[in-house]
Design a protein around this ligand. Structure first.
Ligand code: AHG
Ligand code: MN
Ligand code: MN
Length: 352
């Protein structure tokens, strides 16, 4: 009998759709007004629209011949920009958002209209994998606004710490398309798989829990010459032979954060993008890559740290970082609690 790290959905001929699930969660939240629910529906719609474009990505280029214009005479745009436009348009039309930050936009879109939420997103994550048909994704985080409710949204609405997130999630456009989201530890982390025949997401992974320990490590080892000695020692440790601690671990690295994080969430293990000489602040973005993933991992019983030693009396949780700018970077270590603890031990030992 296969062991799952999530509860299998009870058998029924009728599945639970993402829309129904969002409504049920709203019903469990006293005082909910429907604004947040409406916003999540918009994210779901945008995800389906992006999915449709991802599924045609190879064809769009082939039909475009020159790569510039397709047979309808439309310019073939890069998928990152297409995804950005889809999410921004759907969210702006939806009127529940006061501020939108995106990897593809230098400055935030600040909106009038009294929207109550601020959304940060990476519309297309893993773009180097588009051309070779490897899993890519979208990542999003949602905060309740901080500025006055009737004025235009402000950057401060987007510069809140991960600990203040109201919801976060990702969509993985892989061998199947999955929507994974959480509205916090109390409500759990849930995964939905798109049925492409009818264009609906159905609950497939109820209450995902990260196993307390895994058997893979995930890091771009091509950067090892630029790493700090502590990171090198940690990877050497993961590769050592030791039956008692079930080492060596296997190596897995896709190069799309969504794919590497999704595997780690489901199967356990550890993913790290540490700081190195080339990227002294790390490579990944705090507000629309690290924080949403950290929120999901903590809600699923895992951990997410900056990969820096814990300052005396302070915290090295990603969710506690005070953001200073929309596109700031951070080192990121996420995964099973025991595996993150092992990483931390190396930081402590070498004082890196
Ligand atoms: P994006 O495609 O949104 O720019 O993100 C790429 C990120 C992330 O998905 C992945 O974890 C990381 O870059 C991979 O970086 P390396 O190629 O340096 O390993
Ligand atoms: Mn990305
Ligand atoms: Mn991106």
């Amino acid at each position: 009998m296969q062991q799952h790290s999530w509860r299998p959905v009870p058998p029924s001929s009728v599945g639970i759709t993402l829309e129904q699930h969002i409504s049920q969660q709203m019903a469990m939240s006293p005082g909910a007004t429907g604004h947040f629910t409406a916003l999540l529906y918009q994210v779901m719609l945008a995800a389906k629209l992006v999915d449709a474009r991802v599924r045609q990505a190879g064809l769009a280029d082939v039909l475009g011949l020159t790569g510039e214009t397709n047979i309808q005479g439309e310019r073939v745009q890069k998928l990152d920009l297409v995804a950005n436009e889809i999410f921004c348009t759907v969210l702006q039309r939806g009127m529940r958002t006061c501020a939108i930050a995106s990897e593809e936009l230098e400055t935030a879109i600040l909106l009038d209209g009294g929207g109550r939420y601020a959304v940060a997103m990476d519309p297309l994550d893993g773009s180097s994998n588009i051309d070779c048909n490897v899993t890519i994704g979208t990542i999003f985080g949602i905060w309740r606004r901080r500025s006055e409710s009737m004025e235009r949204g402000q950057d401060e609405d987007l510069l809140q710490p991960g600990s203040a997130l109201r919801a976060a999630g990702y969509i993985a456009y892989g061998s199947s398309t999955m929507f994974v989201y959480s509205t916090g530890a109390k409500f759990g982390v849930h995964g939905f798989t798109l049925d492409p025949r009818i264009g609906e997401f159905f609950l497939s992974h109820q209450d995902i829990r990260v196993p307390s320990r895994g058997n893979t490590y995930s890091v771009n080892e091509g950067n090892s010459s630029k790493w700090e000695p502590s990171t090198r020692k940690w990877v050497e440790h993961m590769k050592e032979d030791d039956a008692a601690s079930k080492r060596p671990y296997g190596a897995r690295y896709v190069g799309s954060l969504v794919a590497d994080a999704h595997r780690t969430l489901i199967k356990g293990g550890i993913f790290a993008y540490p700081a190195d000489r080339k990227s002294p602040k790390g490579k990944l973005r705090l507000q629309y890559e690290a924080n949403p993933m950290a929120f999901l991992f903590e809600a699923a019983g895992g951990r997410a740290i900056t990969g820096r030693p814990k300052p005396a009396g302070g915290s090295n949780r990603i969710l506690d970082v005070r953001p200073e700018s929309l596109h700031e970077r951070t080192p990121l270590v996420i995964g099973s609690s025991d595996d993150v603890e092992t990483y931390e031990r190396f930081l402590g030992e070498t004082g890196a």
